[in-house]
Write a protein of this length. Structure first.
Length: 249
């Protein structure tokens, strides 16, 4: 009974926070500057099709953000009562297979009978730590995707309003660039430390098979983020030049 009360209270608080955030997002991104989005845009123009597509993804990611955590918490609490409870969780890890440590195994075609590398490996586990870590990681991923979709959708709405060069669009591109850079820095750290703690719990009674935490920086993602920052600066300068020309005229 006490646990039901705690879950019910947490659910009410969660719904309140979601509603407040929804109202804030709606108020901030449904208007472009001081002008409301005009409704005379061609129904099947390119920007209109892109906006409709972004609206679809916006609804999908928003639903995930709202439902993901409550559903996973309830599932974790209910599934813990089942002895055979478990789930498949993908984790980035390093691996090493040393066939010298295995008896009655002949290896040909290799100079050294050892295989190692880094990859996303799916583990079948009943670890509650892995469950909540997976839930938190996916929730944050959905939040990031939702934020990026909102920024791109706002830029498309700005184009529909005839604001091709604007400081607002430059700021939106800059935000996406910052999020891209931060995401590609935090993700490898999360893989190494957070998922590494889970990987270290996997122990074999032989040294022939080993899993260990792995770290790999996404250089391409960082470069894309930096390029978006540069593009934001160029667009901001273009917006200022356009504004100066309008004032001159």
């Amino acid at each position: 009974m006490y646990s039901i009360f705690i879950l019910g209270t947490a659910l009410v608080v969660y719904i309140f926070v979601v509603v407040k955030i929804s109202l804030c997002v709606k108020k901030k991104y449904n208007w472009q500057g001081d002008k409301q989005l005009s409704n005379n845009t061609a129904k099947w123009s390119l920007t209109s099709i892109v906006k409709r597509t972004l609206d679809f993804f916006l609804a999908i990611f928003y639903a995930i953000v709202i439902l993901w955590l409550p559903v996973l918490v309830v599932m974790a609490i209910s599934q813990q009562q089942v002895d055979t409870w478990g789930f498949d969780v993908p984790a980035y890890a390093g691996y090493s297979f040393d066939f010298n440590q295995l008896q009655n195994v002949d290896v040909s075609g290799l100079r050294h009978p050892e295989i190692s590398g880094k990859s996303i490996i799916t583990f079948d586990t009943s670890s509650i730590y892995a469950w909540y870590l997976f839930a938190a990681t996916q929730f944050i991923s959905a939040m990031v995707a939702l934020f990026v979709v909102i920024q791109i959708r706002a830029m498309v709405m700005s184009l529909q309003s005839g604001l091709s060069f604007s400081t607002e669009n430059a700021s939106r591109i800059k935000r996406i660039g910052i999020v891209t850079i931060v995401w590609n820095i935090i993700t490898p750290l999360n893989q190494y430390y957070s998922w590494g703690a889970f990987i270290k719990e996997i122990v074999f009674n032989t040294r022939a098979i080993q899993f260990y935490p792995a770290f790999e920086l996404n250089v391409l993602g960082l470069v894309i983020g930096l390029l978006l920052m540069v593009l934001s600066g160029l667009l901001n300068e273009a917006a200022q030049i356009s504004r100066e020309q309008e004032l001159t005229i």
